[in-house]
Write a protein that binds this ligand. Structure first.
Ligand SMILES: [Zn+2]
Length: 105
């Protein structure tokens, strides 16, 4: 198993887990309850972490990077219907086309 994500907030890790599951990647959430060991272990080692099978590491990292870039990115225009979309959306609300199938604005 390879670690592909960790964050101080369980909410962030749960979001990343949902992104991976949506992409069809099996993942395992570890350290969900390790915050109590803070002080005995290095801080980042107590953070919730996501692990995937070795073979899925590259794909998982690219999916997470894309999700991160989308949420922090710029508004985009749907290539199918021309609708202006906010960066947090990965699919056109009007016609359903996914961002990956459209061209950047
Ligand atoms: Zn559209």
């Amino acid at each position: 198993m390879k670690r592909v994500y960790r964050a101080a907030s369980l909410l962030q890790v749960a979001h990343a887990r949902n992104v991976l599951i949506t992409a069809g990647i099996h993942c395992e959430l570890r350290n969900q309850y390790l915050a109590g060991a803070l002080g005995d272990l290095p801080m980042m080692e107590t953070w919730p972490q996501l692990y995937v099978d070795d073979a899925d590491e590259g794909f998982a990292l690219s999916v997470l990077a894309r999700a991160s870039a989308v949420s922090a990115g710029n508004p985009w225009v749907c290539a199918e219907c021309g609708e202006q979309m906010e960066p947090q959306f990965t699919q056109c609300w009007r016609c359903g086309v996914e961002l990956a199938r459209t061209t950047p604005p």
